[in-house]
Ligand binder design. Structure first.
Ligand code: SF4
Ligand code: SF4
Length: 319
């Protein structure tokens, strides 16, 4: 079959499987991107996430992951659902906000099974080829590949923005040894906008396109170990967030599209977009484990979630 037809069939399969968009790029080294990434590491903006320092060769060069890697299929999965943080808005002393991506089931599992389905189709359409799939599951720079493939551009808040879906989506990649037709990158449409930089409660976007994770609420509420106390200057700016933070994406004009996801597993569990402080304080380990089974929230562990509740309320005790 002609490469054009094969590429078209793979892209159609991606949409049929339920992905929101699909683009393809060549698996050439990410030389410029890795240089910027190293500068970011040297500035210490990754904080205690030391795993980000490892496997730089794999991050730059996909042949270190899959010998003879030739093409990268990049897919997105929209997770927007038409809900908000109303309980926290009206009862801020009782409820904390959960980041939108964590309202439903864990995207790693959902994305991975869909990616494996698509990679199988890709392998069958390109006999002799092999492939590997990633979705935040290894040392692969998914955002950089999404930009290269033309999924969107990297916004000043560092998330990828699509002209049709905004930034409420997960990214998955399939690295394949097959030669496929590629797409072109698109230009940056942030223009003169600085809404995300202006809205960030902790000034974590230290310059356009550069986020200092050690100031970011997502880092403090999800990535730090439960025994690490959240500094008071960060706690004072938590604005009710107890797991992640969506502020920079909420204010982005490209997120005004609000296209509902077709993936029901991203709907809020028990219609909860906020969690009650009292309930979190009363959780036993068994309650927590069963309540957040297959949920991204389990990443922070019970002690981490309880630490976040203490932090979000601490400014009231230390005005
Ligand atoms: S997630 Fe929140 S704290 Fe982090 S950069 Fe965006 S607005 Fe700032
Ligand atoms: S809020 Fe404005 S500057 Fe920030 S990512 Fe969106 S368009 Fe770009």
């Amino acid at each position: 079959m002609h490469t054009e037809n094969i590429t078209g069939r793979i892209k159609q399969a991606a949409i049929d499987i339920g992905f929101s968009s699909v683009k393809i790029t060549d698996a050439v080294p990410l030389s410029e991107e890795i240089e910027r990434y190293q500068q970011w590491l040297e500035l210490g903006f990754h904080g205690t996430m030391s795993y980000l320092e490892r496997n730089l060769e794999k991050r730059e060069n996909l042949s270190q992951v899959l010998p003879e890697a030739c093409s990268v299929i990049v897919v997105t999965q929209n997770y927007y659902t038409p809900h908000n943080h109303e309980l926290q808005r009206y009862l801020p002393d009782q409820f904390g906000k959960i980041s939108r991506y964590a309202w439903g089931d864990d995207y790693h599992d959902i994305m991975k099974s869909k990616l494996l389905e698509l990679s199988r189709i890709s392998d069958l359409l390109t006999p002799g080829s092999t492939s590997k799939v990633y979705t935040d599951t290894g040392p692969i720079m998914e955002k950089a590949w999404a930009v290269r493939a033309g999924i969107g551009w990297q916004g000043k808040h560092s998330n990828i923005i699509s002209r049709t879906h905004g930034s409420w989506f997960f990214i998955g990649v399939i690295i394949t040894t097959a030669q496929l037709l590629t797409d072109e990158p698109i230009v940056d449409y942030c223009g003169t906008c600085t809404a995300c930089i202006d809205a960030c409660p902790t000034s974590a976007i230290v310059e356009p396109y550069v986020v200092d994770a050690t100031k970011c609420l997502s880092y403090w509420t999800i990535e730090t170990k439960p025994e690490v106390e959240i500094p008071l200057e960060i706690a004072k700016s938590m604005d009710g967030w107890i797991f992640g933070c969506d502020t920079c994406q909420d204010v982005c004009p490209w997120n005004s599209f609000k296209i509902d996801t077709s993936e029901k597993r991203f709907e809020p569990r028990e219609e909860e977009t906020c969690l009650e402080f009292q309930a979190i304080e009363a959780f036993t380990q068994d309650n927590f484990s069963s309540r957040f089974k297959n949920s991204p929230i389990k990443r922070t562990k019970l002690a981490g979630l309880q630490r976040n509740v203490i932090a979000v309320n601490s400014p009231k005790l230390n005005p």
